[in-house]
Design a protein around this ligand. Sequence first.
Ligand code: NAP
Length: 248
Amino acid sequence: MSSDSPKKTALVTGASRGIGKAIALELHRSGHRVLCISRSLESSRAVVEEINGDGGEAKGYAVDVSKPDQIKATAEEILKEWQLVDVLVNNAGITRDGLLIRMSDEDWYDVIQTNMSSCFHWTQSLIRPMARARSGRIINIASVIGLIGNAGQVNYASAKAGIIGMTKSVAKEFAPRSVTVNAVAPGFIESDMTSVLNDEIKDAILKNIPMKRMGKPEEIANVVGFIASPLSNYITGQVFTVDGGMVM
Ligand code: NAP
């Protein structure tokens, strides 16, 4: 972004750690003001301080994205302060794995609400000013699991597949207003989410990755940076798979 253009505002959910943190730092590097969402101000403090300490502009917001009221109230507060969020990155997500037969209603709804419904509520709350400005980017972090399914992850796979359907539908609704909506589907990426997997599971996963390694959060953030930039002006409704060749 050239230094004489006004600073654009990006909002990243789940910005405190892992992929979301890497995305927040990448969007800072490309000149955005970054609004960092996580469940507590404490958890996003480090990334907010890193960006502000590097001559950028960041602010943390404590929002539980599984709660629509909290999303709506925060979006209202943000639009009052900044008028427009130029780039919305729906990244916050959780896993509550278990086989279908044993999955509790709570584990089903927690994952659907946190991973998928949150994307709907943030998008609905922030898209109007983008449409008025006839520009904007919505970037949803899905997963290869939403494309291929996974035993033990019926809730997660359903949420991620739902995000892909949502991405394509909203892309069609808002393409005439030049608001683009795309998804990124990461494969297996080094983060807290995957650090809990035991070595046996990790080895089995690596066998199915042609590049024979897990990805790094920055490798997802680089693609998000591209989608957020003017280089992607004519791309909407797409799913960018970033997975070392797992799904071809
Ligand atoms: P992570 O390290 O576990 O981080 C999760 C982030 O989401 C944290 O910032 C966390 O914030 C936030 N979060 C979780 N629940 C929240 C809630 N209810 N309200 C607000 N924030 C919430 O996960 P990650 O690996 O970076 O994953 C990021 C995204 O990529 C997820 O959507 C995940 O499904 C997707 N993904 C990951 C992989 C992978 O291999 N890692 C692969 C495919 C897709 P707190 O500080 O509040 O905990």
